[in-house]
Structures are given as structure tokens and as C-alpha cells.
Design a protein around this ligand. Structure first.
Ligand code: NAD
Ligand code: UDP
Ligand code: UDP
Length: 318
């Protein structure tokens, strides 16, 4: 396998998005030369505006569904809208982004002999019948529903990663991300953390879908990025998939109450219908990440929410 120079050239697709922009920050701090690629569908130049003057940083407008010829040592493939509102806006493009995007980035990795990491998702488990989910669980995904463009696109991307590894000996890494939150989340992306915080800051009702007893586990962005970097630097042959997320589980009602407490407003809970195919429970089993990466989340929900509330407060006031 390839020896890495001291200053690796790293491509981050979806680099102007929520997770991608934090990853660019971290890679530059670690001394990498970063190419941030994005078509700005859900990401923004603002998210990486503070990096534009850094000589190690390059911003490229490009859509991963088209071929890309650059010379790199590592690729983090994050390009894909992540929130249901965004990925259901143009479902065909969502599937193309995951599938054609993976093919192009794998083709690029094959030609340049770069190591490549895929940002996969807990959604590959669908609405799971086992709880918590281990990496060995194959999932329960509806292939023809409203969420399928995302779930099946990501599943197919994983298939492509493992076939390129078996067929072309590519150095792949696959991370299955569970719900992650933090500053630079899109305020209108409909995800629960951003919705609740924005509603609480505006003094509006907090919208609980269904009875609010469904659970999610929320990982703070800094913890996740630490996990990404550790995974990218594991030995060749350790491919994953590896779950990354915070195993501490909360109901949506518990989350709403915590947000109201931290924001200090007078918002009330308002119940709305549960969206189609909404998973009832989701919690990562992170034993593998603990063993192989010595990684586990460190930031408690309350601390991460404070940072995120601060970000949204500043954003709404500007
Ligand atoms: P995001 O929407 O903020 O970021 C995605 C980025 O990809 C955006 O900047 C967007 O403009 C870009 N993009 C979309 N389609 C593209 C295309 N065809 N070509 C080039 N760029 C394109 O979302 P995020 O939360 O930062 O998610 C990043 C990755 O992590 C995604 O692949 C997502 O599926 C995965 N993920 C995120 C979470 C989470 O909780 N945030 C959970 C599971 C998986
Ligand atoms: N590709 C790319 N950049 C590269 C090399 C390949 O975008 O540096 C794309 C190319 O368009 C191709 C895809 O990746 O369609 C898959 O490449 P691969 O070499 O696996 O397949 P092939 O070129 O044989 O179709
Ligand atoms: N949710 C909610 N109110 C909102 C937005 C979301 O109760 O305003 C619920 C949603 O139905 C789901 C959970 O919160 O059960 C997490 O939703 P999100 O879209 O953030 O993530 P995902 O469903 O992809 O895990």
C-alpha cells in the first residue's frame, strides 16, 4: 500500500455541509492539504468562509455524480443531502448522488490509490427489529418508500465500496453515522434538534411527531469528527462498517423538555402526525469502535445542545 507523505492531500466531498465543514476544520488543523468539493445543494460557502484564506484549503464547486480528476491521498465521501426534507426534494438525484457519486469516487481512489472513507448511515438498518444495532445486523429497509432513495442509495454505496475492495483491492473504510448535531446544521432542514432549538428560540410551539415516545441517540459533531479521523488512520484491511454515534438514548419528549429548559422560553409541546417509515427506536452499539478505535463520544447532550443553541441564537440575530 501507499506511503503517505507528511502532508496528505485530502478530498472531502460534501465539504461545505454540516459535517464536512467541521471535518475540513479538523484536517487543516492536523496539517493536511484539503480539497473541499461541494455542489452547494444543502451546504454553503458560509460554512467554510473562514477557511478560504488558508493556503492549505481549496474550495471546488462540483457534483459527485460527474467524474472528477484530481490527485489525492485520502478521500472522505460525505456528499449527499442528509435530512429527509432535503433528500426527498429530488429523490432521483439523491440516489444518483449516493450511487454514481460512490462509483466516481471509488474510480478516483482506484486510479490514485487513495484510501477512501464512506459516510454511511444508521438508516441502512431501516426500522430495526433488533436493538441496539450491531454492524452485523442486515437491517429492515422498505425498498419503495419515501425514505428509500436515501436508505437504499446508501446501502448500494456500501455494496460498491466492498465490491471495489474485493475486486480491485481498494483501501476502504465505512462508517455508519447515527444522528449527529451541532453548529452549522441547516436551520430549516426539518431535523429534530434544529427544529426544536429554532422553535424554542422563536418562542413557538415545539412540534412532536407521533406520541414523542420514539427514541434517538444524539452525537455531538466534534465527537463524530474525532471518530472519522481515527477510522481513516486505522491499518489497511480494517474496513468496517463501524457504527458511530452516541449510545445514550432519549425520547423526543425528553429532548424537547431539555431544549426548553436550556433556551429558557415558554414554548409548549404540539403534537403532529408521525411521518411515513419513521423508525421507532435507534441506538448504536459502538463496541466495535470502542475496541478498534478506542473511540466513544465524550460530549454530554446538555453541553452539545448549549453550543448548538449558541450557534442558532447568533444566526437568528444576525
Ligand atoms: P449536509 O446536507 O449538511 O451535507 C451534505 C453536503 O453534500 C452538502 O454540503 C451538499 O451541498 C453536498 N452535496 C449533496 N449532493 C451533492 C452532490 N451531488 N455533489 C456534491 N456535493 C453534494 O449533511 P451532513 O449532515 O453534513 O451529512 C454529511 C454526510 O453524512 C452525508 O453523506 C450524510 O448522509 C451522512 N450522515 C449524516 C448524519 C447526521 O446526523 N448529520 C447521519 C448519518 C449520515
Ligand atoms: N473516475 C473518476 N475519476 C478518476 C477515475 C475514474 O471520476 O480519476 C470515474 C470514471 O468516470 C468511471 C468511474 O469513476 O466511470 C469508475 O471508475 P472505474 O475505473 O472503476 O471504472 P471504469 O472507468 O472502468 O468505468
Ligand atoms: N421529529 C419530531 N419533531 C420535529 C422533527 C422531528 O418529533 O420537529 C421526530 C421525527 O419524527 C423522528 C425524530 O424526531 O422520530 C428524529 O427525526 P430526524 O428527522 O431528526 O432524524 P431521523 O428520523 O432521520 O432519525
Amino acid at each position: 500500500m501507499k506511503e503517505y507523505s507528511l502532508q496528505p492531500r485530502v478530498l472531502v466531498t460534501g465539504g461545505a455541509g454540516f459535517l464536512g465543514s467541521h471535518l475540513c476544520d479538523r484536517l487543516l488543523r492536523d496539517g493536511a492539504d484539503v480539497i473541499c468539493l461541494d455542489n452547494f445543494f444543502t451546504g454553503s460557502k458560509q460554512n467554510v468562509g473562514h477557511l478560504l484564506a488558508d493556503p492549505g484549503f481549496e474550495l471546488m464547486r462540483h457534483d459527485v455524480t460527474f467524474p472528477l480528476y484530481v490527485e489525492v491521498d485520502q478521500i472522505f465521501n460525505l456528499a449527499c443531502p442528509a435530512s429527509p426534507i432535503h433528500y426527498q426534494h429530488d429523490p432521483v438525484q439523491t440516489t444518483k448522488t449516493s450511487v454514481h457519486g460512490a462509483i466516481n469516487m471509488l474510480g478516483l481512489a482506484k486510479r490514485t490509490k487513495a484510501r477512501i472513507l464512506q459516510a454511511s448511515t444508521s438508516e441502512v438498518y431501516g426500522d430495526p427489529e433488533v436493538h441496539p444495532q450491531k454492524e452485523s445486523y442486515w437491517g429492515r429497509v422498505n425498498p419503495i418508500g419515501a425514505r428509500s432513495c436515501y436508505d437504499e442509495g446508501k446501502r448500494c454505496a456500501e455494496t460498491l465500496f466492498f465490491d471495489y475492495q474485493r475486486q480491485h483491492n481498494l483501501d476502504i473504510k465505512v462508517v455508519r453515522i447515527f444522528n449527529t448535531y451541532g453548529p452549522r446544521m441547516h436551520p430549516n432542514d426539518g431535523r429534530v434538534v434544529s427544529n426544536f432549538i429554532v422553535q424554542a428560540l422563536k418562542g413557538e410551539d415545539i412540534t412532536i411527531y407521533g406520541d414523542g415516545q420514539q427514541t434517538r441517540s444524539f452525537c455531538y459533531v466534534d465527537d463524530l469528527i474525532e471518530g472519522f479521523v481515527r477510522m481513516m488512520n486505522t491499518e489497511t484491511g480494517f474496513t468496517g462498517p463501524v457504527n458511530m454515534g452516541n449510545p445514550q438514548e432519549f425520547t423526543m419528549i425528553e429532548l424537547a423538555e431539555l431544549v426548553i429548559k436550556l433556551v429558557g422560553g415558554k414554548s409548549k409541546l404540539a403534537y403532529r402526525p408521525l411521518p411515513e417509515d419513521d423508525p421507532k427506536q435507534r441506538q448504536p452499539d459502538i463496541d466495535l469502535a470502542r475496541q478498534r478505535l478506542q473511540w466513544e463520544p465524550k460530549v454530554p447532550l446538555e453541553d452539545g445542545l448549549r453550543e448548538t443553541i449558541f450557534y442558532f441564537r447568533t444566526m437568528l440575530n444576525s
